[in-house]
Design a protein. Sequence first.
Length: 100
Amino acid sequence: MLNYLSLQIRQRFSGWSEYLHSFIFGRNYWDYINDEDNDAINTPYLLSDGFHVSFSRFFKDIEADEACPVHWVDWFTPLPELKAPESLQAILNDEPGDDK
């Protein structure tokens, strides 16, 4: 599964920076739609500086964490060619909304 996801990520993003940008924007969006705070309070915060604050904090944390693999694992590190079992392939290839 990890190999499959790694290959998918590599096909969709050009490098660690693009991947991490996408991750943090997606994480912020998920956090926003799943919180129970009043939108009248959240929306102005997010649109004024909320995403920027969270985004900046995330990247500062990554830069400070020497154990984070983005510092020492090359984006183009060769990945093994592992064939997923048929049962897993069926799940991974199933499109959302397919009612098979």
